[in-house]
Write a protein that binds this ligand. Structure first.
Ligand code: FES
Length: 336
């Protein structure tokens, strides 16, 4: 009989058959779970049972949450006898990367139009730090102020990270960030964050990447992953801004689309703009107007919560399934 194990503090969920140990099930399902001997000796797999009950095989002991021995359970021996909640530090879900906080150097600041800059950071040497293209980092201004930025490139051997930061907003944090993002400065960051990345990079499903404003940073990272892995899936990029001078990566995406037949790029400007000869209106409306068959497609939305939920509603209304759509917004600004 299967039981559901909730693992804290990561709030992970694991299904374990009654004849399996929690460690066996975790490893079989691709979780990273601290362990050593797998035989009840080293105690590396020790954690706490906070609800439910377990049976410790070989010791032939039942443990119930709240018992004296429930603080020190060896999960390599523990077979569930009910749904449980356990506390075990260091457990990572399949594909999840360990989060780390480090200081890194601002290598270069390249200004673009519309008060947006490309910030190049270099991660410290000697530490294995990686991320999934599409994830974001937090710049730690102080203990209480963490600012999220999508990473605009893929992991690389030079340990470089690109951010695209808009400074048009003159609030206090924007001013603090501008003073930190100066070549030669050190900034503290934590990474990786976010669940909006390609869970199956080898999927052949058409990929629709829809961004508003600096949300294009996340799309750039995923596009570079698709190019680096030389995968032939069809990729449709839609980028919307208010005015054409906010299209700070326009030339980059034009060049990508012109050299990769499987990648299409469409820029859409929402406010009237005499210099702009291209598409106008709302970015997702442009995608819908293009009449794509979205059956089975994978769709990523990168932008503000109002933009993302407006696009989601329009997609659901034409029959797109919720599971086809992913966005960081669903995690940090849930609607329900
Ligand atoms: S892994 Fe050694 S006691 Fe569980």
């Amino acid at each position: 009989m299967p039981y559901r194990i909730n693992i804290q503090p990561g709030n992970l969920s694991l299904v374990v058959e009654s004849h399996e140990t929690i460690l066996e099930a975790a490893l079989a399902q691709g979780f990273r779970f601290p362990y050593g001997c797998d035989a009840g000796s080293c105690e590396v797999c020790s954690g706490t049972l906070t609800s439910g009950s377990l049976h410790l095989k070989t010791k032939d002991i039942d443990v119930f949450a709240g018992d004296d021995n429930s603080d020190d359970v060896l999960f390599c021996l523990a077979q569930p006898t009910s749904d449980c909640t356990i506390i075990m530090e260091g457990v990572l879900a399949p594909g999840e990367l360990p989060m780390i906080a480090v200081s890194c150097q601002v290598v270069e600041v390249t200004p673009y139009a519309s008060d947006t800059s490309e910030i190049t950071l270099r991660l410290p040497a000697g530490k294995k730090i990686t991320f999934h293209p599409g994830q974001y980092l937090m710049v730690i201004l102080d203990e209480e102020t963490h600012c999220a930025f999508s990473i605009g490139n893929t992991p690389n051997e030079e340990r470089l990270i690109k951010l695209y930061v808009g400074f048009a907003n003159k609030d206090k944090n924007a001013l603090r960030l501008r003073s930190r993002f100066v070549a030669g400065n050190m900034v503290k960051i934590s990474l990786p964050h976010g669940n909006c990345y390609l869970e199956n990079p080898t999927s052949t499903a058409p990929l629709y990447l829809v961004a508003g404003s600096t949300g294009i940073s996340q799309i750039k990272s995923i596009t570079e992953q698709c190019i680096a892995e030389n995968h032939p899936r069809q990729v449709f990029i839609y980028w919307g801004t208010r005015s054409s001078d906010e299209l700070f990566l326009h030339d980059y995406f034009l060049q990508v689309a012109s050299t990769h037949p499987n990648i299409q790029y469409t820029a859409v400007v929402s406010e009237s703009d005499k210099q702009w000869q291209g598409r106008t209106g709302l970015v997702h409306q442009a995608m819908l107007d293009d009449g794509h068959d979205l059956t089975g497609a994978e769709i990523m939305l990168c932008g503000s919560p109002p933009m993302v939920y407006a696009v989601l509603d329009d997609l659901l209304a034409i029959g797109v399934q919720k599971h086809q759509v992913n966005s960081d917004v669903f995690d940090y600004a849930p609607r329900d």
